[in-house]
Design a protein around this ligand. Structure first.
Ligand code: FES
Ligand code: FES
Length: 205
């Protein structure tokens, strides 16, 4: 290798090395960039991903989350809060499988945006029992065998709980009307109605 080539090689390597060091050094040592990078909070990151803040109460607990505006209440409950007792069956607002209480009224959680529940009270099947004791409507479903496969049952129970908030002593016709938005593919309707009637009797007995 000629002296000229040697010198060129040395110069090129030195040059590249020098540039590399100055870039790396500049990146690592720039206090402004490092400080700014550290300052990116999770919330700011969420905002940049199109998420918005939501505050609501679920089963008596205040929940503050960042969600995408398109998130349904069912998705929030199941995917974010892991309250999987709420079932998504049709996901089209047709079967009532996803029924939860919103300010004590029955709603289809698959058909409601989570943002529409802002500032409200949501009760799911997990929140009905208290101190390890089943809610009277849950107990009635057990006692009267108000289910078969059980997949529609959380929704049926929540619809029945809403019914008991609405009427103190509903008759069979009112029960059938109020529960008509909850379908049961096993056709366990006779025992579902019997369960609700039993809970009504016990509440007023
Ligand atoms: S799953 Fe919501 S109405 Fe069917
Ligand atoms: S009990 Fe099976 S769908 Fe209702």
């Amino acid at each position: 290798m000629s002296e000229e080539t040697k010198s060129n090689k040395f110069s090129r390597r030195k040059f590249v090395k020098g540039i590399g060091s100055s870039i790396a050094g500049g990146y690592i040592l720039s206090p402004a960039i490092a400080k700014a990078a550290k300052k990116i909070s999770k919330e700011a990151k969420d905002f940049s991903e199109g998420k918005v803040p939501l505050s609501l109460k679920v089963n008596e607990s205040v929940i503050n989350v960042m969600i995408e505006p398109r998130t349904t209440l069912a998705e929030l409950l199941r995917d974010e809060l892991k309250l999987t007792g709420t079932k998504v069956v049709c996901n089209h607002g047709e079967c009532g499988g996803c029924t939860v209480l919103l300010n004590n009224k029955a709603v289809y959680s698959c058909h409601l945006l989570a943002l529409d529940a802002a500032g409200k009270d949501v009760t799911t099947i997990e929140g009905l029992s208290s101190n390890g004791k089943l809610h009277k409507i849950q107990q009635a479903f057990v006692d009267e065998d108000g289910l078969q496969c059980g997949f529609c049952t959380p929704g049926q129970v929540m619809a029945a709980a809403a019914l008991l908030y609405k009427y103190s002593k509903p008759d069979k016709q009112q029960i059938m009307k109020e529960m008509s938005g909850n379908l049961c593919r096993c056709a366990a309707y006779p025992n579902i109605i019997k369960s609700v009637l039993s809970a009504v009797e016990k509440s007023n007995g």
